[in-house]
Design a protein around this ligand. Sequence first.
Ligand code: SAM
Length: 247
Amino acid sequence: MDNYGPESFGALNAEEYDDLHDPGTTDQAVDLLFGLFGASDVLELAIGTGRIALPLARRGVRISGIEGSPLMVDGLRAKPGGTDIPVVIGDMADGRSFEPFEAPFDHAFLVFNTLFNLTSQEAQVRCFGHTAARLRPGGLFVIETFVPDHARLAETQRVETKRLDIEQVWLEAAVHDPIAQTLDMQRIRITKDGTRLVPLPMRYAFPAEIDLMAQLAGLRLRDRWGGWDKQALTATSGMHISVYEKL
Ligand SMILES: C[S@@+](CC[C@H](N)C(=O)[O-])C[C@H]1O[C@@H](n2cnc3c(N)ncnc32)[C@H](O)[C@@H]1O
């Protein structure tokens, strides 16, 4: 999707992010991540408004972030403790975003499908490489993404009704390229006040491809679950949490 960059998500979503993007799993995610990291030095890629970073920091994790959108970081800064977290504004696929952090990190994480906000395989591979290069041996890189649904990917386009009541209809239109594994989406909100477009391009990857990205970066799969409760990943799981370890 042309003219959509690392800052675009925040420009379009920052104002209402916390209200509209609650996955309902934040407490479980914080518990699991704290269990893995303890009080260590941790980098969150795409830290956003601090949904996960702030509760981890309150438990004693020394957390830093990279974030593409200054507006999302404004949201983080406005919350209690938000000004204490070092954040570099930059693209998580670009090595320059990692340079200001002098010391290596013990661990890193990238959650809520955000790996897929990098819209090419090459950018996703670069993100893995730069992150792994900043980790100490034995350090963990935790990824959370949805597991792509073959049934929904059978078509090259779709339109879905996401919300409908007497005052509004929210539609989601998507164009799918199965070769590039990209989904260009427009979320279309039609209300009595007019129409609002919230585009979201993404590139999906199946767990096996993500494992290869990790392998290229010198990481090995250590644990994998089908949810933040550590349930088993099965053929019908809609998401996975994968824990990679630097060799
Ligand atoms: C779904 S939000 C997740 C935010 C936060 N990690 C959370 O779990 O609530 C996606 C975040 O990724 C950021 N983002 C998107 N592309 C990025 C990129 N290339 N580099 C850095 N951040 C990016 C967006 O600005 C947004 O804050």
